[in-house]
Design a protein around this ligand. Structure first.
Ligand code: PLP
Length: 450
């Protein structure tokens, strides 16, 4: 099939190993990549090392996940100690202390009244967990007709069937068909005519949340289980919520008994300069999905945070009955909880969950310094996230940004592109010097990008 996100010819780092065939790489142009692979073999703090021995500044914290910087010795040691002491413990009808301690520490970071933590292994699993719990919650309260989910255009909620259904990515619809039934989508919040080059949250667009009232009027509130949005949409190009938008969603959900889910897989753990986006925006959802920064990406782990009232609704039957028929073999895996505890300690000791706030103004100014350079049609930013949108080459969507990605890699900078948008989300240990380097390299590239 023709792949809308196909990249033009790539270039790699070192030589081509002879074992490239078997690994079917995710979200990658496999045949192109394998002709000229780009391989990392080491990582430390703000940098990767390539197989040909070059240092690459990490402008994306891996995939929005290595918030405390790479290979932190405290996390490495915690995982090593744990694997030597106990490799695995069953998660069903058994437990181990690390899982309880990590959940307790996480609940202390969460908004008041949101103290319940369910462990998963990824963001996608967190999203599926949140959706399933939303359905079961309404059933538990005798409102089993609430089965409909409302997502948003250009939303990304991972790759599970639930996530791609509530997500709003056209490629998923094109490749995988109709997916979960009974899902509607709000319009996305991005409009270049009103918002281009806005610094921080746009003034324009809160009214887009009113579409939820239209959907409620169409289907009736008694059929709607939950609304799920990313407070800031990351993977589809850094789309910011207009001022007042999330507040409106919250109010409409409250009015109609609909659960509000924030997918904080990217915004969780300090990305916006607050522990979670709920803190930044002052809007508290009923459920938060998380992953990525939870373990600094050292061991795969996700989590879902629930308001106590949701948990309580399940705790009504006989005490010897399993209350939620859901879980993963690796829920609360000992290596992941060890990594999570060591990561939270670093976040606290180094103030990383609020460090983004101190650097946000500097980051914003550096990002917006790209305005006026060739091809740049928008710059967006919040906390330590930025999106730089380029004018697509006519007839060759994604080609220009992918060329920028390759040139950045050649010059020792890792960026991420989605469509013709460059997304940046560095480790939160970043220094001003690194910020200058990131935007300096990008400016050089943009000046002579075809
Ligand atoms: N939700 C959001 C908002 C994400 O950005 C992502 C990944 O980028 C996911 C869910 C899926 O997470 P994972 O890739 O860990 O399944």
């Amino acid at each position: 099939p023709s792949i809308p996100f196909a990249a033009p010819d790539g270039r790699g780092s070192g030589s081509v190993p002879n074992n490239m065939d078997a690994f079917w790489m995710p979200f990658t142009a496999n045949r192109q990549f394998k002709k000229a692979p780009r391989l990392f073999v080491g990582a430390k703090d703000m940098h990767y090392t390539t197989d040909d021995g070059r240092q690459v500044l990490d402008g994306t914290a891996g995939l929005w996940c290595v918030n405390a910087g790479h290979c932190r010795p405290e996390i490495v040691k915690a995982v090593q100690d744990q694997v030597a002491a106990m490799d695995y413990a069953p998660a069903f009808q058994m437990g181990h202390p690390g899982a309880f301690e990590l959940a307790a520490q996480l609940s202390a970071l969460l908004p008041t009244g949101m103290d319940k933590v369910f462990f998963t292994n990824s963001g996608s699993e967190s999203v599926d967990t949140a959706l399933k719990v939303a359905l079961a919650y309404h059933r538990a309260r005798g409102e089993g007709t609430r089965t409909r989910f409302i997502g948003r255009e250009r939303g990304y909620h991972g790759v599970g069937f639930g996530g791609i259904s509530v997500g709003g990515i056209v490629t998923n619809r094109k490749f995988f068909g109709p997916m979960l039934a009974g899902v509607d989508h709000l319009p996305h919040t991005h409009d270049k005519a009103h918002q281009a080059f806005t610094q921080g949250q746009p003034e324009w667009g809160a009214h887009l949340a009113d579409d939820l009232e239209r959907i409620v009027a169409l289907h009736d509130a008694s059929t709607i289980a939950a609304v799920i949005v990313e407070p800031v949409a990351g993977s589809t190009g850094v789309l910011l919520p207009p001022k007042g938008y999330l507040e409106k969603l919250r109010a409409i959900c409250d009015r109609h008994g609909i659960l509000l889910i924030f997918d904080e897989v990217i915004t969780g753990f300090g990305r916006l300069g607050t522990p979670f986006a709920t803190d930044y925006f002052g809007v508290v959802p009923d459920i938060i999905t998380a992953a990525k920064g939870l373990t600094n990406a050292t061991v795969p782990m996700g989590a879902v945070f629930f308001k106590n009232a949701i948990y309580d609704a399940f705790m009504t039957g006989p005490e010897n009955a399993i209350e939620l028929f859901h879980g993963y073999t690796y829920s609360g895996h000992p290596l992941a909880t060890a990594a999570g505890l060591a990561t939270l300690k670093i976040y606290k000791e180094e103030g990383l969950l609020t460090r983004g706030a101190d650097l946000a103004a500097y980051w914003q100014e550096a990002a917006h310094s790209l305005r006026g350079l060739p091809h740049v049609i928008d710059v967006r930013n919040l906390g330590l996230i930025a999106g730089i949108e380029l004018e697509p080459i006519a007839g060759k969507p994604t080609a220009r940004a992918f060329e920028a990605f390759l040139r950045a890699f050649d010059k020792g900078l890792l960026i991420r592109t989605t469509g013709d948008i460059i997304a940046l989300s560095p480790p939160l240990i970043i220094e001003k010097d690194h910020i200058d380097q990131i935007f300096g390299i990008l400016a050089d590239i943009l000046r002579d990008l075809p």
